[in-house]
Design a protein. Structure first.
Lengths: 847, 358
């Protein structure tokens, strides 16, 4: 019986080559490899043609996502070469490290990176001691070349390992392994003994060089058994997962990192002349970027690399020499292309592939099918995709990505879209190996991506219902702030953000606020999860019923309204949604009168923002169920959410075009008719209820100035307040302290001076009030006005002044014209304007 | 006769001799030293058996290694960098160590003519004897080719393009034809060219790609750390002081550190603690300028001061180095003075001195 112990450097191409050739020479009948024994059954998969390193063995504890460990293998890993040899030669492989069941139970897994580096990469330590920056160089120089040039060429690689064993024995002298290490080595010995007992005569052991001395002599079995007794154990499942070069450094099963995996890969795979091949490839990379690199350059680079190696007393040029050659010759001293070569080649991002027959959770398998269906390949490098949602394929892609985000696999990250089309969606795709873990974790939710996402959403919704039942208020203030803002530019992002928090926090702190729940509704629509919607809606309904803070309700409303507007177009059960929106609005209308009193300046301002958000949301509600209002096709509708949010932004921030369009044209065309219809059927539309609430509020005298001013303005815009000038005088009169008057005018004129320039009705109202003041009163309000007008930009003030100077009569006259849409329409050709008006109305969804 | 500035091969003749004596490694044909010994000569070796070898170039080892390896492969070497990063210094010492002769020098200027790269004529002889080798005046490049030595071309990019391109034949064919005599000069082994060029200068003549690709390019960096730069400055100041025979002045490391700090901060546009952003002046503020500021400061201190390097001795030099453009740089300097220098407790003297100087 012979036992040969091959001490390797994890991920060392030199070791890998030596292991391969030694195994081929030894022809062992069993190979023991450092690794989790649970993976024994997975070894045959390594021989499958589809298997393409880098891959990793993943051990995970079902149901406990925090416990997982990886054993990554690149093609240049000695362990991988040992596995491949065994698989090709039909030799049995056993993994001999401590079972993952124990390692993970012991709290191992990801935390084990703290191991001292010497244990983990003793060859690296030796190389460093010898003054080498690259351990592979040292291996090549000190071990391989010396052996190859030695006397007996045939026994060459065998004696490499003898030399390593000797060196390690010296390094480890006097070292007492810590308990964990002792157990691992005891287990390795136990596996070795078992192999002997099973009658294997020619045993090869491939393990980290550090462990060689511990396996060289076998102590009494009883000692090891005592060490291994009574270890905790968990249920562990193992599988192969694809890995990336970039993550060879971050691992948990073995220990040392690799900073130049691309170079190692090249060293291992290049059949001969590695330097020449590498530099020729570098030239190709540079040429791809349109940098002129000739063959003459490559020739000179090779010469320089060799020259440098000689100068540095190295038998062969290594990474640092070719790096210098690339910089000095190929890149002509320029750092930028040199960096490019480093990124593309030295790191050389590469994603492995595992065969379809690998044990996968059904969810992984389904995702793989989906990826194939929508023609998106997982890639390790970041790549941008612009989706045109009018195309079925892109729509499916978008749905898949949204669903994956819901189950915690952020393969795609939405980017800001360039251009204005609502049918466009931009994503950045980057597949990271840990997503496989997330997928396995997500497997508890379902066997397809859609089902899992649905279940996940339901769970989130259910959790919040639970929270709600116990009366726990989650993150109310922040949510209120975020949600109410309803600001379109950041709208999408905010929604994502909050959702991520929902997802993140759902397991731990149950902080799902009402506003977050409503963004969940939007997410359901984006990810096309109709089955989940009723659950979320019920959760919202329950939550809203118990939530006494009208601020939360108001924060929740805009997202819901958007969802309703675009949801029913898609045929999702909008009846439920409409009911929720309706009840929510009712609650808001009921709660608002109480909420507006006794507020400080800042909360008052916040409330104004919320009122604005709700107001613009309510404007989106179709006043009466009008059958012809649903002329959108699917994609526009689903992206309407974003579009509408943008409109909301206009309203919020600038009250510019969006506002005017929404308020002006929209109301004139739709609202009046709707109001009539509403009155006729004897049933209030939500909009009327909302405006009625605001109206009654505006008549109260105990409101904070900024709120009252804003309310009057809303009513004025809605043409429900004919007595604006009287209200203005009242608010500005001496009975109010100056601060309140200033707040009032601020609320009234909020949205910037530009509006005064363009909304002549508004200007006429303000102008009328001002000119009607007595000289004394004018002097009194002057400071207040100055304060508000002073906040406008200088060009705005100038324009206002010009408009006023143009003549009061003109101001009033034009005010009348745009105001009620009649006036002197003589110079307008109605017939020619009709198509334009029609288009605008269609865009606004009012037709 | 004592010269003001001896050539490198004369100044360090002892070290070169020591290295040559102990050098048992193979030497490329025409080389006085082996590449290893050249590297040692440039980077220094305090423990050399024959005596201490002082470092000539303080900076990354790989720069020197790539430069030496390039010359050993008979490729021409192009040293690129902002002014004052020791390009000329390195090229002189390389030539001294490899050929034992750093004098075969072509200085590139806007007025450099082709004769400086190829050959000229002794017109008296040309008229009396007709064209002959005796009537021909060889350029440094031609002499280097004939003798198998290193030729140095300084400020390559300042030469007119047609003169630059005269080097192409020399570098690729390693011959220099003399059509007038129907002869040619073939380069002997050991010939090579070290060129320096400044990549910051305005109005340079960019190298043609045909010429460019005959060079291996090494970019000389500015000193990586303040300590390294202080080391360079104090070393050079001491050497210069010795050769200029200035009276011995205590090396005022404190002042040198201050000058280096000011230069580094203005160069990088941020203070050394990384907290304050400052504007950068139009000049390059190289290490070489720092050296000259300190040297002139020492001269001031020795001749007019109390023999100790004081803030007032370096202040005028610093202001002169920083304020190259009288309008914009003065603003930069004033800002720096008021925002950074004034705030530093132990820089009071320096602040006052700078105020007086500017």
């Amino acid at each position: 019986m012979t036992t040969t112990i091959l001490g390797v450097r994890h991920h060392g191409p030199g070791s890998a080559r030596a292991v391969r050739s030694t195994l081929e020479r030894l022809k062992p009948d069993i190979v023991l490899i450092e690794g989790p024994p649970e993976a024994d059954a997975l070894v045959p998969l390594a021989a499958e043609p589809d298997m393409e390193p880098p891959v990793a063995l993943l051990a995970h504890v079902p149901g406990d996502p925090s416990k997982a460990a990886f054993w990554p293998f690149a093609v240049f890993s000695p362990e991988w070469q040992a596995i491949r040899y065994a698989a090709d030669a039909g030799v049995e492989v056993r993994f001999c490290d401590l079972p993952a069941a124990h390692a993970l139970a012991l709290g191992g897994g990801r935390s084990r990176e703290a191991e001292p580096t010497v244990h983990v990469d003793p060859i690296g330590a030796l190389a460093e001691a010898a003054g080498y920056d690259d351990p592979e160089r040292w291996w090549e120089d000190a071990v391989e070349h010396r052996i190859e040039h030695g006397t007996d060429g045939e026994a060459g690689h065998g004696s490499v390992f003898e030399a390593i064993a000797e060196a390690m024995a010296a390094v480890r002298e006097g070292h007492t392994p810590d308990p964990h290490e002792a157990r691992r080595e005891a287990y390795m010995r136990r596996t070795l003994r078992q192999a002997v007992k099973d009658g294997f005569g020619n045993i090869a052991v491939v393990c980290g060089a550090w462990h060689v001395p511990a396996l060289a002599t076998l102590p009494k079995a009883a000692d090891d058994n005592r060490l291994l007794k009574g270890m905790p154990k968990v249920k562990v499942e193992m599988t192969w997962v694809p890995w990336t070069h970039g993550r060879l450094a971050a691992w948990s099963g073995y220990g040392a990192g690799v900073t130049s995996p691309g170079w190692y890969h090249h060293l291992f795979t290049a059949p001969d002349r590695p330097i020449e091949r590498w530099l020729a490839r570098a030239a190709a990379v540079l040429r791809q970027e349109d940098l002129p690199v000739s063959s003459a350059h490559v020739i000179e680079a090779v010469r320089l690399a060799h020259g440098l190696a000689t100068l540095r007393d190295r038998p062969l040029a290594g990474l640092s020499e070719v790096g210098e050659a690339v910089r000095a010759v190929l890149c002509e001293g320029d750092e930028l292309p040199a960096d490019l070569v480093h990124r593309r080649m030295v790191v050389g991002e590469r994603l492995g592939h595992v065969p379809d027959s690998t044990p996968m959770v059904p969810l992984q398998r389904h995702l793989r099918e989906e990826q194939r269906r929508v023609k998106l390949k997982p890639e390790a490098l970041e790549r941008d995709h612009d989706l045109d949602l009018r195309r079925t394929l892109d729509l499916d892609r978008s749905r898949l990505l949204h669903r994956l985000r819901l189950i915690g696999v952020p393969w795609g990250t939405p980017r800001e879209t360039r251009g204005k089309g609502t049918f466009k969606e931009s994503w950045t795709l980057e597949w990271r190996p840990e997503f496989d873990v997330s997928l396995i974790e997500a497997a508890v939710w379902g066997i397809t991506v859609e089902a899992a996402a649905t279940a996940r959403v339901c769970e989130l919704a259910g959790k919040s219902a639970l929270v709600n039942a116990f009366g726990v208020h989650g993150a109310p203030d922040r949510a209120a702030g975020d949600g109410t803002a309803g600001d379109g530019t950041a709208g999408d992002r905010t929604a994502d953000h909050t959702l991520d928090q929902v997802v993140d926090q759902a397991d731990g702190a149950p902080e799902v606020s009402l506003a977050e729940l409503t963004t969940l509704v939007e997410k359901c629509l984006l990810a096309d999860l109709p089955d989940a919607l009723p659950y979320v809606l019920r959760a919202i309904g329950d939550r809203a019923a118990l939530d006494s803070d009208v601020g939360h309700l108001m924060a929740a409303l805009p997202a819901l309204v958007r969802a309703q507007r675009y949801g029913d177009v898609r045929g999702t059960p909008s009846a439920g949604l409409a009911a929720i929106v309706d009840s929510l609005l009712t609650r808001v209308c009921a709660g608002l009168p109480i909420a507006v009193t006794g507020l400080d300046e800042d909360p008052a301002r916040q409330l104004v923002a919320q009122i604005d958000a709700v107001h613009s949301a309510v404007a989106l509600l179709h006043d009466v169920p009008r059958g012809d209002g649903h002329r959108h096709d699917g994609h526009e509708a689903r992206h309407g959410a974003g579009h509408e949010a943008r409109q909301g932004a206009g309203h919020e921030a600038g009250q510019g075009a969006g506002h005017e369009a929404g308020q002006g044209a929209g109301h004139e065309a739709g609202h009046d008719a709707a109001r009539e219809a509403g009155y006729e059927t004897g049933r209030d539309s939500p909009r009327d209820r909302w405006l009625a609430t605001l109206r009654s509020l505006a008549n109260r005298s105990d409101l904070p100035g900024v709120i009252e001013g804003r309310l009057v303005r809303i009513l004025f815009d809605a043409q429900l307040a004919d007595d604006v000038q009287i209200r203005m005088s009242r608010a500005m009169s001496l009975g109010h302290p100056p601060a309140r008057a200033a707040a009032w005018i601020e609320g009234f004129l909020s949205g910037g001076g530009l509006l005064l320039v363009h909304d002549s009705r508004l200007l006429a109202a303000v102008d009328g009030w001002l000119t009607g003041l007595s000289p004394e009163a004018f002097v009194d309000v002057l400071p207040l006005l100055r304060r508000t007008f002073g906040a406008f930009a200088a060009p705005e003030r100038r324009s206002i002044g010009e408009r006023v100077r143009a003549g009061a009569s003109d101001v009033r006259g034009s005010g009348g014209r745009t105001g009620d849409g009649t006036g002197d329409g003589a110079d307008l050709d109605d017939e020619r304007a009709a198509p334009a008006v029609r288009t605008v109305l269609e865009i606004l969804g009012r037709l | 006769m004592t010269v003001l500035r001896p050539h490198a091969e004369d100044q360090y003749a002892d070290e070169l001799a020591v290295l040559a004596k102990d050098d048992d490694r193979p030497r490329p044909p025409g080389w006085r030293l082996s590449p290893w010994a050249v590297t040692t000569y440039l980077l220094g070796d305090p423990h050399h058996p024959g005596g201490v070898i002082t470092p000539k170039y303080i900076g990354p080892r790989r720069i020197v290694e790539v430069a030496v390896a390039t010359l050993a492969t008979d490729r021409a070497l192009l040293l690129l960098g902002v002014p004052g990063t020791a390009k000329t210094w390195l090229s002189e010492h390389l030539a001294a160590a490899i050929s034992g002769d750093s004098t075969l020098l072509v200085q590139g200027t806007a007025g450099t003519a082709e004769e400086a790269v190829r050959y000229g004529w002794n017109y008296a002889r040309l008229l009396s004897e007709g064209p002959s080798r005796q009537a021909l005046t060889p350029s440094p490049v031609m002499r280097a080719m004939a003798e198998g030595r290193l030729a140095r071309v300084e400020e390559l990019t300042r030469m007119p393009s047609d003169v630059q391109d005269a080097l192409i034949t020399v570098l690729s064919e390693k011959t220099l034809p003399i059509p007038e005599l129907n002869e040619e000069v073939q380069a002997a082994k050991g010939f090579n060219v070290i060129a320096t060029a400044n990549d910051r200068d305005r109005g340079v003549n960019e190298l043609s790609s045909a010429l460019r690709r005959r060079f291996n390019t090494v970019v000389l960096p500015v000193p990586a750390s303040a300590e390294e730069e202080v080391d360079i400055v104090s070393r050079r100041v001491a050497q210069l002081g010795r050769s200029l025979e200035l009276p011995e002045t205590p090396a005022g490391l404190e002042e040198i550190r201050r000058v280096v700090t000011v230069f580094r901060e203005l160069r990088s546009g941020v203070t050394s603690d990384g907290r304050t952003k400052v504007k950068s002046p139009s000049g390059t503020l190289s290490t070489a300028e720092a050296i000259s500021v300190v040297t002139s400061g020492i001269a001031l201190a020795a001749h007019f001061g109390d023999g100790v390097l004081r803030p007032s001795d370096v202040a005028a030099g610093i202001v002169g180095a920083v304020v190259q453009d009288p309008v914009s740089d003065r603003v930069v300097w004033q800002e720096y003075l008021e925002a950074v220098v004034r705030e530093r407790e132990d820089w009071r003297d320096f602040y006052r001195a700078c105020r007086d100087a500017s």
